[in-house]
Design a protein around this ligand. Structure first.
Ligand code: FES
Ligand SMILES: [Fe+2]
Length: 373
């Protein structure tokens, strides 16, 4: 694989088509990207009470994410230490006090300790402490829960801060939006018939914006010009546009803590491997991607608002939801159009990125480097 980003040409090659459908490459990505990096698995406020849990399939492992009695969120492999039965079988739920295996009723505390094993006494030479659930590294950022299956992962902040510094050159802009203090006003889950990387690549460029997103481009002139990441700063709205809503207007005040330069401005960025953040003056839209096979991707899209704005009697998130839902559907359609031809012989060597998209090649190089590690 040769990366053509020499001074001679401002164009770059894409990945060959097989990277978007080959099960073996998908498997390797699962192992080496999703199995080794911090991966976002959802929002912390989705499991507010002790005993609330969610389960996720991450790089071939089922993981339980559960809020403990101390309020902290812990994660464990969803595997009974007795004979290996899957413990929690629902995508989310609540357990009262303990996680109990339905096979022989071993029970585990919300902190993973083995609490009870019927008919086994410690005097039988059984070391109960050695049979707790296997922990998975779990940390929070921006109100989101992140897991890492690696044995001894670097702190989550190292991964997040590096991405934000690369995009903004500083951390303060993103911090001003206080993502962990916002609350979900609406959620839409999308099932896409395409590889997860097509969605990332599409999010990273705006060469498509003028044609794919006429409404968005009307509100954000730099998008009409195809400029996305190249600016390094935010994208200013057109005159008279205050938010990315159907009307371009909003009855919500700007999020608390924003500076004048944040008003009438959009900032978007990717937190690899699976989060897109869209900062808008009065709300935030977060996409969490979930690869569900070489050619399937599940995307959870959350619209976040200031809880004080949500407490107003006239609060209605749908002006913001309808607008970005339209943008989402426009994006998903073109991602799926690409997927349909990834296996064509016309694309077996891939295609090219034009200068407005050439920065995406860095993402492809990241994928290749991880796969070859
Ligand atoms: S497999 Fe879980 S208690 Fe036996
Ligand atoms: Fe788009």
């Amino acid at each position: 694989m040769v990366t053509e980003t020499s001074a001679a040409t401002p164009f770059a090659t894409t990945l060959p088509g097989r990277y978007y459908y080959d099960p073996a490459l998908y498997q390797r990505e699962q192992e080496r990207i999703f199995g080794r990096m911090w991966v976002c698995v959802g929002r912390a406020d989705a499991i507010p009470r002790p005993g609330d849990y969610l389960t996720v399939d991450l790089a071939g492992e089922s993981v339980i994410v559960v809020r403990g009695h101390d309020g902290a969120i812990n994660a464990f492999l969803n595997v009974c230490r007795h004979r290996g039965a899957r413990l929690c079988t629902e995508r989310c739920g609540h357990v009262t006090g303990a996680i109990q295996c339905r096979y022989h009723a071993w029970s585990y505390g919300l902190d993973g300790r083995l609490l009870g094993a019927p008919n086994i006494r410690d005097m039988d030479g059984f070391d109960r402490a050695a049979y707790g659930l296997i922990p998975v590294a779990c940390a929070l950022w921006g109100g989101l829960v992140w897991l890492n299956l690696a044995d001894d992962p670097a702190p989550l902040a190292a991964q997040i801060d590096a991405a934000i510094l690369q995009r903004f050159g500083e951390l303060e802009t993103v911090e001003r939006y206080r993502l962990d203090e916002l609350a979900v006003g609406h959620t839409i889950v999308y099932d896409l018939a395409c590889n997860w990387k097509l969605v990332v690549e599409n999010f990273m460029e705006c060469y498509h914006c003028a044609i794919t997103h006429p409404e968005l481009s009307h509100f954000v002139p730099s998008f009409k010009a195809g400029l996305a990441y190249q600016q390094g700063v935010g994208a200013r709205f057109s005159d008279g546009v205050d938010s990315l809503t159907v009307s371009g207007k909003t009855n919500r005040p700007p999020l608390p803590g924003l500076l004048p330069q944040d008003l009438r401005t959009y900032y978007g960025f990717v937190l690899l491997p699976n989060v897109f953040v869209n900062l808008i003056p009065d709300h935030v839209v977060i996409h969490t991607l979930w690869p569900e096979g070489p050619t399937r991707t599940r995307i959870v899209c959350d619209w976040l608002f200031d809880p004080a704005a949500m407490a107003q009697p006239d609060f209605d998130p749908m002006d913001a939801v309808a607008f970005f839902d339209l943008v989402n559907r426009q994006d998903w359609e073109v991602c799926e159009l690409c997927q349909q031809n990834m296996a064509s012989r016309a694309y077996q060597d891939g295609g090219l990125y034009v200068p407005l998209e050439a920065h995406i090649r860095a993402f492809n190089d990241f994928v290749l480097a991880r796969l070859e590690e």
